[in-house]
Structure formats: structure tokens, C-alpha cells
Design a protein around this ligand. Structure first.
Ligand code: HEC
Length: 112
């Protein structure tokens, strides 16, 4: 018979090791994502949280992308894994992908 105290202990350990189901949006590092974007995306996209024009006028700024209604980690993952005629097919490593997604989503308007 599993005691409640045993269960609580298991959860405590899971939290301590970061195994608890985190908010699905929090899987990458925003700082690493920003650094990555500065290296690989800035040539075409406005990447800061300010509303700005993208250097490539057909590319939406990351702020605009973040504020697109319904924008989620899942939507961005799908985007990155689909070929795009107008954007070079960037091969993002899994971790870079999560980092960049975390960064883009961090630009979302918080209160609206
Ligand atoms: C050479 C220019 C270029 C580079 C470099 C580039 N992009 Fe893009 N990106 C575009 C263009 C142009 C579009 C618009 C494509 C369209 O709407 O068909 C776009 C669209 C997107 C979209 C989809 C926006 C939407 O609302 O559907 C995302 C997300 C995105 N880029 C992320 C990135 C990330 C992350 C990087 C860096 C790893 C990057 N891009 C690098 C040109 C670029």
C-alpha cells in the first residue's frame, strides 16, 4: 500500500531534479535563444522586444511572431520543421530550436 507521505516524497525528488512536468512553454533557455537569434536570425528578422522593422521587410519581427494570436511552442516547432520557400531552411539543432522558441515566446505581450 503506497502511503501518501511516500508519494509526497517522490514528488519532492522529482521537483528537485527538474523532472516535474513544467509549463510546456519553458523548455528552452531564453538567454541562449537570444544569443542564437543574434547570430543566425538577425540578418532578416527584427529580434528584440521593441516593435521594429525587420531588416528583411518580408520577414516578420520576432515580436510580431510572438504576438500572433495562438502562437505556441508547438506552432513554432512545426514551422521550423517545414520547408519554406522564402526563408532559408535552417537546420536548427534540437536545443537551439527550444531556446529560440523560448526566446520568441518570451516577447509575447504579457498583459492584454
Ligand atoms: C535570409 C533571411 C532569413 C533568415 C536568416 C531567417 N529568416 Fe525567418 N523568415 C524569413 C522570411 C522572409 C519569413 C517570412 C516567410 C513567409 O511568410 O513565407 C520568415 C518567417 C519566419 C517565421 C514564421 C513567422 C510566421 O508568422 O509564420 C519564423 C518563426 C521565423 N522566420 C524564425 C526564424 C528564426 C528563428 C531564424 C534564425 C534561426 C530565422 N527565422 C532566420 C527570413 C529569414
Amino acid at each position: 500500500m503506497l502511503k501518501l507521505s511516500t508519494l509526497m516524497g517522490i514528488f519532492t525528488v522529482m521537483f528537485a531534479y527538474g523532472l516535474a512536468p513544467l509549463g510546456a512553454q519553458e523548455m528552452g533557455s531564453t538567454a541562449a535563444g537570444e544569443a542564437y537569434a543574434k547570430q543566425f536570425c538577425i540578418e532578416c528578422h527584427g529580434i528584440s522586444e521593441k516593435v521594429e522593422m525587420s531588416p528583411n521587410l518580408t520577414a516578420p519581427s520576432f515580436k510580431e511572431i510572438a504576438d500572433t494570436p495562438g502562437m505556441t511552442r508547438q506552432a513554432l516547432l512545426v514551422w521550423f520543421r517545414t520547408p519554406h520557400p522564402t526563408m532559408p531552411n535552417l537546420v536548427l539543432e534540437m536545443q537551439n530550436e527550444e531556446d529560440v522558441i523560448a526566446y520568441i515566446l518570451s516577447l509575447k505581450k504579457i498583459n492584454e
